[in-house]
Write a protein that binds this ligand. Sequence first.
Ligand SMILES: Nc1ncnc2c1ncn2[C@@H]1O[C@H](COP(=O)(O)OP(=O)(O)O)[C@@H](O)[C@H]1O
Ligand SMILES: [Mg+2]
Length: 366
Amino acid sequence: MWIEKTGIENFRNFEYQTVDFSNGVNIIYGDNAQGKTNLMEVLWLLTGFHSFRSRKSSELISFGKERALIKSHFHDSYGENVTEIKIEQNSKKIIFNGEEFNSRSYYIGKFQAVLFSPVTMNLINGSPQERRRFIDVAMSALYPKYSCNIVRYNSILKQRNSVLKNYEIAPKDNDILLDYYDEVLAETGALLTVMKRDYISKIKSHAYEAYASISDKKDEFKLHYCSQILSGDEDEETVKKTFVEKLYKSRESDIEKNSTNTGPHRDDIVFYINSKSAKIFASQGQRRSAALAVKFAEAVISEEETKEIPVIMLDDVMSELDQQRQHDLFKNLKNCQTFITCCDKDQVRRFTEGKYFEIKNGEIFY
Ligand SMILES: Nc1ncnc2c1ncn2[C@@H]1O[C@H](COP(=O)(O)OP(=O)(O)O)[C@@H](O)[C@H]1O
Ligand SMILES: [Mg+2]
């Protein structure tokens, strides 16, 4: 999969730009605050997900302008595709090969990319919520069923929480409502949990291998999916049953707290290096290797599942990595179209050749 060209209008600090990319390595360099990450954001939006740094459409539009427009041509194994994204103050419209998509979730999956950024390095250090988001984004891009059910789950959860908040107004009626919400929440939650377990088990096998190659097999890297409603490899029906029971048992305390405290929205992943929690005991370098290994695994699974090689985006990560890790990174990225941003182009030149783009104050020179 590769992006051939992109036209940008009134997006962040780009007024009007057209750019032709190489299907190999694209090196985007320039001083700070010139627009390098803005260009990565343009490319990432092709996935159909929100920007990796703003959820509000209005922030993406150039100051003082009404709307932004991005038009990209990309290739997959079936041929050329054109995606147009029209960004208005409160909405985004996606037109794919001439067809307008009313719901983002129908478009997600058409374009596959894996992004490494300084935020990725927080996969280990960050909050459980950040780790859940990582899994949700990676899985939604691959499995439409997961993407639809996560929307459904969150909507049921919101409704259940609203009944919990207003419980005292009509306890008897609300108990009947809660019985219903427990059932439907457990059904969707069990599906998500089983899908996550299977995805994380794939991450494990690829990430362990990648970590071994990055760390010269000196360390042992492990990760564990922590779920309140799963104990092993039980089937979806059993997970659902466990979930319903736990929801019922915790109803009283949920009413007290006004929120649902059991379910996949409370999942986490724990990383271990040499059998010790990576978050607490690992060095900065070990954590970076672990985060990279998980990202490599994401790229490999994306290729296995879609039969398309994902586009790799590396925003500002070169300076985070030592020479050996930079070397390993490029070793692992051979056949992908890659976008790399950096301040100093010579930093990348040592490892790979590519097409160079200089960004100065929202203008791209190449
Ligand atoms: N909505 C916007 N309209 C115009 N300029 C913006 C907008 N959002 C961010 N910018 C500008 O973009 C620049 C930052 O670009 P960025 O891509 O993050 O820089 P870097 O090259 O360091 O990655 C800043 O100068 C910022 O003021
Ligand atoms: Mg940047």
